[in-house]
Design a protein around this ligand. Structure first.
Ligand SMILES: [Zn+2]
Length: 94
């Protein structure tokens, strides 16, 4: 089972942050999954703006913590994206 990694990027249009599945590439850089990355919530209007990342390539547990902290700071994060981090038992399939 590959260790899922997530990145939190802002969608400039709505100023809301979304989670994207990510992985560490061959060169040790964090990359988003897919040619045309869509956030976990499946909202394909959202465009990934890598320059706006709050964090990149964190594991599930760490992403949850970080999202909770950021939400407390008043940063808007997509509820559907965050919710998917809490689906325990049913691992996200590829
Ligand atoms: Zn989302």
């Amino acid at each position: 089972m590959p260790n899922e990694k997530y990145s939190l990027l802002k969608y400039d249009e709505t100023k809301e942050y979304h989670l994207f599945k990510s992985y560490i590439g061959n060169e040790g850089k964090c990359l988003l999954e897919g040619k045309d990355p869509t956030p976990i919530c499946g909202d394909n209007v959202v465009i990934a703006d890598r320059s706006s990342a709050l964090f990149v390539c964190r594991d599930e547990v760490s992403s949850r913590t970080k999202c909770a902290v950021k939400a407390n700071e008043g940063i808007e994060i997509c509820g559907r994206c965050v919710g998917s981090l809490y689906k325990t038992g049913s691992k996200v399939r590829r």
